[in-house]
Ligand binder design. Structure first.
Ligand SMILES: C=C(O[C@@H]1C=C(C(=O)O)C=C[C@H]1O)C(=O)O
Length: 445
């Protein structure tokens, strides 16, 4: 075929990226509550402890699926960045041109992984707040600070969100009933040995039917209030508050928060002093499960970093619903032969799926998962977050959340790490505990 054959052209596989202009202004005298004030039903959100990014509108987006979903997203964003004109006087992680991203857990999913570059982003970190406006050069010609501010105020004043009082919520089984989940855990336990698997993370889904339209701004407000220490995310109807950081990249430094090992804070006896210490920190089954997650991260990090800094022992992360065994891991990323450092999106692809959400060893666990779980996880347990034009960014694991399937219906997901010795009924109870943040945010309990 000739070189100019349309079949072989790059654009047949890779949609052409738009040519964008992105202008950032420092948002002077922004209120402390800027991020909380900006949450809207359809805004794109990444926030923790009052800092983060809120996006409005779409300047450009890419939808993709299958095994190449990360590669396509990376290539598309790299091209966007290369072509863009970026005016960013404050130059910090999350300022300038930014894309939100949400990726399917599995290459088999029908869910479309996506990159979304908002028209307007409001950002805030420990030191500064900013507004970024993105569009065509023509649209943004001569844009002043006052005009950018007016756009931000208009986006925040947008009343399109269903601001109704929370409705009555009824929970029903999703693709996996409680009974079939118990059965799947049992079957997993009986197959570990013959399959050479030491851990499998089995998930299930529950449907939340609301009597009124579900207001995602209200859901996020509830999550940020109670789970301020988690990363609250929202991209195209996928919403939740995850305690697990897949990777944050800041100027070549990669940081991850690995979680594995869980204890329900509503369990019998949980009020007794030392309960988490005895039943989590000192429990060999929980420690083993945690170690498997650390080992899988080490394996992924080694080829792309100059060694990693992991604490000798995990700590106990206390959330309102559960305790977790947690480890914060850091590593200096290594540049490739051309001297280019991996971006947050590159590292997210390399880390995904971790043992914390799939199992050990990953490939074998993935196969058994497809046999036993029988669930299209969609974006649940996939990377969700953002990346900027410098390659800095944050991708969390989309846990403790749900997907708005229509205005009155949300699908919630939760999964549990199954290791030899796991008790099916305990795992089912743990999955309910992991859905508690969303059940509460929806007003279902
Ligand atoms: C799979 C989930 O959580 C993961 C599983 C954990 C466990 O089994 O102990 C702990 C944290 C997460 O890595 C979930 O919340 O759905």
């Amino acid at each position: 075929m000739s070189a100019d054959s349309p079949v072989l052209s790059a654009s047949a596989h890779q949609p052409l990226a738009p040519v964008l202009t992105s202008i950032t202004f420092e948002y002077l005298d922004a209120p402390e509550t800027l991020v909380a004030d900006s949450l809207r039903h359809r805004s794109m959100v990444w926030t923790r402890n009052g800092h983060g990014l809120v996006g409005f509108g779409t300047a450009a987006r890419l939808h993709t699926h299958g095994e190449e979903r990360f590669a396509r997203a990376r290539a598309w964003f790299a091209q966007v960045v290369e072509q863009a004109q970026i005016v960013d006087p404050i130059s910090r992680p999350g300022s300038g041109l930014v894309s939100f991203g949400s990726f399917a857990f599995s290459f088999t999913s029908v869910f479309e992984s996506r990159m979304v570059i908002p028209q307007l982003v409001i950002g805030r970190d420990e030191e500064k707040s900013w507004i970024t406006v993105t569009g065509s050069a023509k649209e943004l010609e001569g844009l002043t600070y006052q005009q950018a501010l007016a756009r931000a105020e208009a986006a925040m004043a947008d009343a399109s969100a269903p601001k109704s009082a929370p409705g009555r919520i009824e929970l029903t089984s999703g693709q996996l009933t409680a009974g079939s989940y118990l059965q799947a855990v049992d079957q997993a336990l009986s197959r570990f040995e013959e399959r050479g698997i030491s851990k499998l993370v089995l998930a299930r889904d529950v449907l939340a039917h609301s009597s009124t339209s579900i207001d995602l701004a209200g859901v996020m407000a509830a999550l940020t209030e109670r789970y301020g220490n988690c990363w609250t995310y929202s991209v195209d109807g996928l919403v939740g508050a995850t305690p697990e950081m897949l990777v944050r990249v800041t100027d070549g430094l990669a940081e991850a928060r690995v979680l594995a090992g869980t204890l329900d804070r509503a369990a019998a006896g949980a009020q007794e002093p030392g309960f988490a210490q005895r039943n989590l920190f000192e429990d060999p089954k929980q420690r083993n499960e945690h170690q498997l997650a650390i080992d899988s991260l080490t394996d992924s990090l080694n080829p792309i970093s100059h060694g990693m800094n992991a604490p000798e022992e995990p700590f106990i992360l206390e959330l309102p619903n559960v305790w977790h065994l947690a480890s914060d891991v850091r590593a200096q990323l290594r540049a490739d032969t051309a001297g280019v450092l991996p971006t947050a999106l590159d590292v997210a692809e390399i880390f995904h799926p971790t043992a914390a959400v799939c199992g050990t060893p990953t490939k074998k666990a993935g196969v058994l998962l497809r046999e036993l779980e029988g669930l299209d996880r969609g974006p649940y347990a996939g990377p969700v977050g953002w990346v900027d034009s410098r390659g800095d960014g944050e991708f969390g694991i989309a846990l403790r959340g749900g997907i708005l399937e229509d205005e009155k219906l949300m699908r919630l997901y939760a999964g549990c790490g199954i290791v030899p010795g796991s008790v099916p009924e305990d795992e089912l109870a743990e999955s309910w505990a992991k859905m508690r943040p969303m059940r509460q945010a929806l007003g279902a309990e």
